[in-house]
Design a protein around this ligand. Structure first.
Ligand SMILES: *Cc1c(COP(=O)(O)O)cnc(C)c1O
Length: 432
């Protein structure tokens, strides 16, 4: 799977050769003999290192469904087709075919996603971090935003609620304590300067014990508009697009439920539990979406046509009531028996391979502490041999994990079409 030298442009290969020759010259000047074969080998190694660092597909055998380092949710075939069709030529991105007038790029995917979660209007931007920043800047710059101390979270990758708030130019008003924030705490903090009450879904950690939070349905009785950063983008808590609601979703809040509870604006990611491309979606009251869309930052954070085309297809999947074509949900809901059966076939071709029970996770900050029963292929690799086997698998584009002296390839995050590739990589890696 690793790209060979012949795939690299001549300019890059020539640069590698020049660097190898320069290194050899320096070596010769120090009085060390130089073997021409070593210089060629050095140039090849430099080129191989560049090839290995190129953006490429990998097999995610970690069992982490929304693995941020591995590109989060895989995008569905129909969404990719839609993106390809729109991007390969011209489109009505900002053009109304019926009147021949200028249109808006927010009229397609944004509106459909809003419909899919029961909101009046929607807007798509680059990612959820941008959505939060933009909403705060557009609706609360120079004014106060009230947030519970238990929700001043860091999501990862530099997204910290207090910092985003500072960047957006609004003033953070902290209320309550880390573990308990009651309605009365909000009431005390709200005044004429309050622009928004913000609720942030603590996506990547779980608080247990002596805990109290105030639900959206109570926050909306306070007066100011309530904005919810839902993060993961589970469109509807009851997952009507699936035959059965997965039990591991437990109490993950849905976008639709936040809207129904009266939230004025909800923001969420496109590539977490929505299962689409990287994007940030704002859904909510039409007047607020309008204000946000007119803000200069909306122009700076806008989504591109490929993302919008793909999201339009994703919205269609949800609106059709069957989102099992979305890879994330297909992978998340596959039966353990099926995964075990696949694991058995793969393990049979791998020296020392065996079927193991595993625990997959949602990842991407969604559903911390909750695991999804899964199955995979395990290879015993005691001591340092475990890390070595993981490294060899990475050379074949497979990212696996180590569990108590066993290298585990979780099949929940592997497309069945990739089973033979995974088997081949495991065979080669175990043999060397
Ligand atoms: C993931 C997440 C973000 C950031 O979303 P990106 O799409 O990664 O920019 C913000 N807030 C919450 C609550 C999140 O879970």
């Amino acid at each position: 799977m690793i790209q060979e030298l012949d795939g690299l442009p001549h300019e890059i290969l020539a640069a590698c050769a020049r660097e190898a020759v320069a290194a050899a010259r320096a070596q010769a000047e120090r009085g060390d003999p130089v073997d021409p074969d070593d210089v060629i080998g050095d140039a090849k190694q430099r080129a191989a290192a560049i090839g290995a660092a190129l953006l490429r597909p990998v097999l995610n055998a970690t069992g982490v469904l929304i693995h941020t380092n591995l590109g989060r949710a895989p995008v569905a075939e129909d969404a990719l087709d839609a993106a390809r069709q729109v991007a390969a030529g011209y489109s009505n991105l900002e053009y109304r075919l019926d009147t021949g007038e200028r249109g808006s790029r927010h009229e397609h995917a944004g509106a459909l996603l809003a419909q899919a979660c029961g909101a009046e209007a929607g807007l798509v931007v680059n990612n959820n971090a941008a959505a939060v920043l933009l909403a705060l800047a557009a609706l609360a710059r120079g004014r106060e935003v009230v947030v519970s101390r238990g929700e001043l979270v860091e999501i990862g990758g530099g997204f910290r609620v207090p910092e985003i708030m500072a960047e957006s130019g609004c003033r953070l008003v902290e209320v309550g304590t880390t573990n308990r924030t009651r309605r009365a705490d909000y009431v005390e903090a709200i005044g004429p300067e309050t622009a928004l009450v913000l609720k942030v879904h603590a996506s990547n950690y779980r608080m247990v014990g002596f805990v109290e939070t105030t639900p959206v349905s109570e926050l909306v009785t306070l007066g100011p508009p309530v904005m919810v950063d839902a993060g993961s983008g589970l469109l509807d808590e009851s997952t009507p697009w699936l035959p059965r609601r997965p039990s591991w979703l437990r109490d993950e809040p849905g976008v639709r439920q936040a809207v129904e509870a009266g939230a004025a604006l909800v923001t969420f990611s496109g590539d977490k539990l929505l299962g689409g491309p990287q994007a940030g979606i704002l859904a909510g009251r039409a007047d607020l979406i309008g204000s946000v869309a007119r803000h200069p930052l909306a122009r700076a954070t806008r989504a591109d046509k490929m993302t919008l085309a793909a999201l339009q297809a994703v919205a269609f999947s949800y609106l059709s009531g069957d989102a099992t074509g979305i890879p994330l949900w297909r992978m998340a809901t596959g039966s353990v028996d099926d995964l075990s059966a696949r694991a058995e076939v793969i393990a049979a071709g791998v020296p020392g391979g065996k079927v193991v029970d595993t625990e997959a996770v949602a990842g991407g900050g969604a559903l911390p502490g909750l695991t999804i029963p899964s199955a995979g292929v395990g290879v015993d690799a005691p001591g340092p041999s475990g890390e070595r086997l993981l490294a060899r698998l990475r050379e074949h584009g497979v990212v696996a994990r180590l569990e108590d002296d066993t290298v585990v390839c979780d099949l929940r995050t592997i497309d069945p079409l990739d089973d033979t590739n995974l088997a081949e990589a495991l065979r080669t890696a175990c043999a060397s």
